[in-house]
Ligand binder design. Structure first.
Ligand SMILES: Nc1ncnc2c1ncn2[C@@H]1O[C@H](COP(=O)(O)OP(=O)(O)OP(=O)(O)O)[C@@H](O)[C@H]1O
Length: 257
């Protein structure tokens, strides 16, 4: 059995009087596609926010690749190998696709200010490598080099999602977190993004994703965790979890678990 790349131990997040997560435990196995599902307001985005340092856990531990990451902050966690995309696409209006993707590379390519001013051989080499790497990632996500010079926000919605995923991949993550990557897409685009998620996993990158389309989640994920009112309601293989009456009741809102 594959070991875990990420785990949480009794993570609680409180916003004032509201407990968005209550003693939440779960583990993502290496090279798995792991789905996080649950009704609106269940706490799914809060899990991603706490894992990436955007929100600090009130109590509990976060372990990534064997180390505690709870106190590292956003940049420290990203540097440890965790990258994410957001529920609402976040691209800058004036940037080209290539520029948008290069934003994701800053953790990998460090240049000293002096090196940049004098354009040392090392700085020029690093810049060349960074751009080559960006073109490779553009191909990988299915945008191709012809998209590089386009203003990112003028692309179709589905392609903007790919730019976001490409930007996250530029940091060479060990684990990629995707917050509703299929939101707002037609069924053809959804199938294509699902295939891209499989290709990402085939590169050895583990994926944790939030998604509401259960048909896709059933076929795409190796493992599902269900959240309801900030608590883990179910955890296991998609067919078991989605067949669980407590999960179905939570979605239908018939029963408060
Ligand atoms: N920064 C915050 N301050 C106060 N309350 C918050 C904050 N972030 C989230 N919450 C609350 O925490 C709860 C969980 O929210 P969260 O966004 O994690 O749910 P979700 O499962 O991702 O929902 P959705 O499927 O609608 O995106 C909600 O009641 C939400 O209003």
């Amino acid at each position: 059995m594959m070991s875990a790349i990420l785990s949480t131990e009794a993570v609680t997040v409180r916003f004032g009087g509201l407990e968005a997560l209550s003693a939440f435990d779960f583990a993502v196995k290496k090279e798995a596609i792991h789905g996080l599902i649950g009704p609106n307001g269940a706490g799914k985005t809060t899990v991603l926010n706490v894992l990436t340092g955007f929100v600090r856990p009130t109590t509990g531990r976060l372990l990534f690749a064997g180390s505690e990451i709870g106190g590292l902050g956003v940049n420290g966690i990203a540097a440890a190998g965790l990258a994410r995309t957001f529920q609402n696409i976040r691209l800058f209006g004036s940037m080209t696709v290539l520029e948008s993707i290069l934003v994701g590379a800053h953790l990998r390519f460090h240049n000293s200010p002096i090196g940049l001013i004098f354009r040392s051989a090392a700085a020029r080499r690093a810049e060349r490598e960074m751009i080559e790497s960006a073109y490779e990632v553009l191909d990988f996500v299915g945008l191709g080099s012809s998209a590089a010079g386009r203003i990112a926000t003028t692309l179709s919605y589905g392609h903007q999602r790919r730019v976001e995923i490409a930007r996250a991949l530029m940091s060479k993550p060990k684990l990629l977190l995707l917050d509703e990557p299929l939101a707002g897409m037609n069924s053809h685009e959804k199938t294509e993004i699902a295939a891209l998620v499989c290709a990402i996993r085939a590169e050895g990158i583990s994926v944790l994703l939030i998604e509401h389309d259960m048909q896709i989640m059933r076929s795409l994920c190796d493992h599902l965790t269900v959240l309801n009112y900030g608590k883990r309601l179910a955890d296991g293989k998609p067919c078991e979890v989605l067949g669980d009456p407590a999960v179905q009741a939570a979605y239908l809102g018939r029963k408060r678990v």
